[in-house]
Design a protein around this ligand. Sequence first.
Ligand code: GDP
Ligand code: IMO
Ligand code: MG
Length: 434
Amino acid sequence: MPNIVITGAQWGDEGKGKIVDLLAARVQVVARYNGGHNAGHTVILGEEKFVLHLIPSGILHPGVLCVMGNGMVIDPWALETEVAELGKRGIEVDDNLVISDRAHLILPHHRLLEQLSEQARGTRKIGTTNRGIGPAYEDKAGRRGLRTCDLLRPAALRAKLEEARRNFELVCRGAGHEPELDWSALARELAAFGERLGPRIQDAAAVLHRTMARGYSVLFEGAQAALLDVDHGTYPFVTSSSATAGGVATGLGVPPTRIDAILGIAKAYTTRVGAGPLPSEIGGSLEDEIRKRGAEYGASTGRPRRCGWFDAVVTRYATRINGFDSIALTKLDVLDPLAEIKVCVGYRHDGRVIEDFPADLAVAEECEPVYESLPGWTRPTTGLRDWTDLPDAAKGYVTRLAEHVGCEIGIVSTSPDRDDTILRRDSAVAAWFA
Ligand code: GDP
Ligand code: IMO
Ligand code: MG
């Protein structure tokens, strides 16, 4: 298999976990390059459901090396909990997990800062996952963050925390809060993490370069998605990391020239958790029905996801900035009962139609979606594994989406199960599998 990036083409929760799991059977390494435990990647293995937050979804495949890249932010408490929970369920996490020595840490003060910031925004709050993600990336960019390599030098921890503490206290006092945090106790806890995690904390880029030199294939697992990317997403209603394919180079130390292919994951409709524009939002009882059929509740926070029609403007934009070679379209089965399915093909704003996703959120919020209406198939597609078994209207729907987006749809997913997946012959994906 070539070295493939898997990344979200909408606002997250497209089914990246399922597709990573599907492809992980054919690679030796799965590496995550961005985000933290804000992600929730669901993998169904037979009767069992696993939701991975920090650890790459490849961990469920014995013999696959999993790498957590420097572009991630790691909450060591959350990491240990995830490792322990997997262990209880018979999934061994041992020397099959490498943590970059350059990844930044999420510490308790980050969660407190996030709460203050969200409260201060009032009605314009982002609706974050409240995991401390944003403030951890702020400390990174502000050059006061702690990295996993710091856990290995316990004597210096207290001093390293000083810069973060100073900024934290300034912000707290500015907001009229007396900062309360026992930094000495924190330094001791971090030193203990260092002892336990020590053997896993390595130069992850060097590990990846060595494995690639041996001819091993790597799957790069993205968290979140293009429209949540800090540069390309619906700013400020985004996460704080580089979720697009470009994040692989900075988030893992793998040069762009080592990326062979990019697979975008898109739902057959659109969802979003948290605040911010969702131009094709459906509303009313039909949105409730789709949410129910698609079980659209956050895998990390349990929040109901907002649901919209497939937005071709969004996925075309994601295709362009990521350079998708192919798209995996998930959850086609969720649309089975609908007699009419809409696709957003443009936005009307100030009397003209925009076909590119706007930078200015005021435009995204004010615009009126332009819809194309397509006939539904009103027949079950759940569990179908062959393109030729799909009803004609379902084939027509998939074909039309690919035309609008300007990228082939090489995979169609028809249930959460790994095997309920259609691999299109003559697609780029089929060539990767060959
Ligand atoms: P991720 O964050 O992109 O990995 O996606 P999530 O795991 O947060 O959300 C996707 C949800 O859809 C999970 O519950 C999956 O089990 C489920 N899922 C994935 N593919 C399909 C599909 O083709 N059909 C249905 N009905 N569910 C799917
Ligand atoms: P996966 O990898 C969907 C959203 C949050 C919020 C915004 C910022 O499972 O697709 P943050 O806590 O990151 O600062 O929140 O981003 N968000 C996600 N939405 N799926 C995710 O991950 C998300 N990770 C963050 O809801 O709107
Ligand atoms: Mg998710």
